[in-house]
Design a protein around this ligand. Structure first.
Ligand SMILES: CC(C)(COP(=O)(O)OP(=O)(O)OC[C@H]1O[C@@H](n2cnc3c(N)ncnc32)[C@H](O)[C@@H]1OP(=O)(O)O)[C@@H](O)C(=O)NCCC(=O)NCCSC(=O)C[C@H](O)C(=O)O
Ligand SMILES: [Mg+2]
Length: 293
């Protein structure tokens, strides 16, 4: 199994906000996104780019994955953002409003031309109707033909804006689109992160949305405030009882009498080899989270 990188809690902050960037170095988020796009006003874009690159180069983010959200290549800032991100030492660039696989191809070409390190990953925001319709093609082409794409990130605010769907409790208005993006990501081995929850006062609603995203198969949630980190970390981590059950499944298949069997009965339930594979992933994720503490 390839190494698992926990991405339970992924915190955005405006690239123009020096205080927030400083704070991010000690917050318990799995990843941080330093935003140059929607959270930064046009007149502040160039200064924010300089500040973000200087902060990433200065380091101090520890085990946290560091991601720079650039402006789109169709804007006056996108190309310079990519060039700056390519040599910054960031772990990934997050590309907004991706519409098709060619958009990822153009980003990868720009990164290659800038001699970005091979380790630099690309994350893609799926936040327009056309991106949802093209999600499988984006994942397939970008993952297999160019190779840096690692993660889809849902942009539910832009999805609401572009589709005119409303945010309602339980999100039934968006569920088909969210599930489509999850299966597209999974079909091609990508991670997928849920969109942000805008109401900073509504802790119960935030928890419910994290649980829904997790149950849909997402790896974590994008966040806008440090107060949202603990719940996301808890909800997107395997619960202790799940880890214990997973260890029992692995141990059961390791017993000499079960080694040659495809299916066994355990605690009154049918357990197949595929459940042992799921159990191995659960344990690996729990171990990765524990080792990052
Ligand atoms: C939403 C905020 C503007 C609220 O800011 P503020 O009123 O300053 O919050 P607090 O006073 O409660 O802050 C308390 C302390 O926490 C720090 N803080 C706050 N937010 C962050 C953060 N995101 N990262 C790091 N640190 C943060 C404050 O500095 C305070 O620290 P201290 O001085 O020690 O007391 C603000 O939270 C904010 O700007 N959030 C992020 C907004 C953002 O980045 N938006 C863009 C991404 S979301 C998006 O675009 C989604 C997608 O594209 C879509 O389409 O859906
Ligand atoms: Mg957006």
């Amino acid at each position: 199994m390839t190494a698992i990188r926990p991405r339970r809690s992924v915190l955005y902050m405006p690239g123009s906000n020096a205080r927030a960037i400083e704070k991010a170095r000690s917050l318990p988020a799995d990843a941080v996104i330093l935003d140059l796009e929607d959270a930064v006003a046009p007149e502040a874009k160039a200064a924010a780019r300089e500040q973000v690159v200087a902060s990433v180069k200065a380091g101090g983010f520890g085990r946290r994955e560091v991601v720079i959200r650039v402006n789109g290549l169709d804007t006056p800032w996108g190309h310079d953002d990519l060039l700056a991100a390519a040599s910054s030492g960031a772990d990934a660039v997050l590309v907004p409003k991706v519409s098709d696989a060619d958009a990822i191809g153009a980003v990868e070409l720009a990164l290659a031309t800038a001699r970005a390190p091979d380790a630099l990953r690309v994350w893609a925001m799926i936040e327009t109707p056309i991106a949802i319709l093209h999600a499988e093609a984006i994942a397939r082409a970008a993952r297999h033909e160019t190779g840096r794409l690692a993660c889809f990130v849902l942009g539910t605010n832009d999805i609401a804006k572009e589709t005119r769907a409303r945010f309602v409790p339980g999100r039934w208005t968006m569920l088909p689109w969210l599930a489509t993006v999850v299966v597209a990501a999974r079909a091609h081995g990508l991670d997928v992160l849920d969109g942000v929850y805008n109401d900073l006062q509504d802790e119960a609603g935030f928890r419910a949305e994290c649980e829904q995203g997790r149950d849909l198969g997402m790896d974590g949630k994008t966040l806008i405030h440090p107060n949202q980190i603990p719940a996301a970390n808890e909800i997107f981590a395997p619960a202790p009882a799940e880890v214990e059950a997973a260890r029992k499944i692995i141990s059961a298949f390791d017993l000499p009498e079960n080694r040659g069997r495809g299916v066994i009965s355990l605690g009154g339930r049918m357990v197949e080899r595929m459940h042992a594979e799921m159990a191995a992933r659960t344990v690996a994720l729990a171990d990765a989270i524990a080792s990052a503490r």
